[in-house]
Every structure is written in structure tokens, then in C-alpha cells.
Write a new protein. Structure first.
Length: 91
């Protein structure tokens, strides 16, 4: 999570304190196009997909990993104006 968060902003959007991740408010836009590695972890993908509701230019590098736990996630998120997976990915 911290690795992805630090790619979103040039300022320090998150820091680790022991086992905790402290997240600062996100900027309105990322510093540029940002690719977020999910490490095949649906929790990371879902968290950054929610960030994509606010931040345009965010791309998840493995959005298909969400399908194993929530197959309809992209359809639900699209209905709320969120990120859209590429046509090559399951919706």
C-alpha cells in the first residue's frame, strides 16, 4: 500500500509507523500517469480503485486480480464513475 501511495504524489502521502500505515489526504490529481502494482493482491487493487474515484490518471497493473473475490466489482465501480478496466480485462 505504501509503495502505491508514494507513486500518487510527489509529497509524502503515506508513512509507516510500526505496523500502521498513516495516510495523508490525496492530491486532486497525481503528479502524472501512475501505474499501481497490485502484486496480485485484490485488497491493494480495490483500495487504489477507490482512490481512482478521485484521481484521474491512475492505472492498476493487474486489475483482474479482483475477480477472485468480487467478480462484479468493476461493474459496480463503473456505475459510480470510477476507474474502468481496459477492454482486455474482465468487467
Amino acid at each position: 500500500m505504501w509503495t502505491g501511495a508514494r507513486h500518487i504524489s510527489s509529497r509524502r502521502p503515506a508513512r509507516e509507523e510500526g505496523d500502521d500505515l498513516i495516510v495523508s489526504p490525496l492530491p486532486d490529481t497525481p503528479a502524472g500517469p501512475v501505474g499501481i502494482r497490485t502484486y496480485h493482491d485484490h485488497r491493494i487493487a480495490m483500495a487504489f480503485a477507490l482512490a481512482g474515484l478521485r484521481l484521474r490518471g491512475l492505472t492498476l497493473l493487474d486489475p483482474g486480480c479482483i475477480a477472485k473475490t468480487y467478480p462484479g466489482y468493476w461493474r459496480i465501480l463503473q456505475g459510480r464513475g470510477g476507474l474502468q478496466p481496459s477492454p482486455a480485462l474482465p468487467a
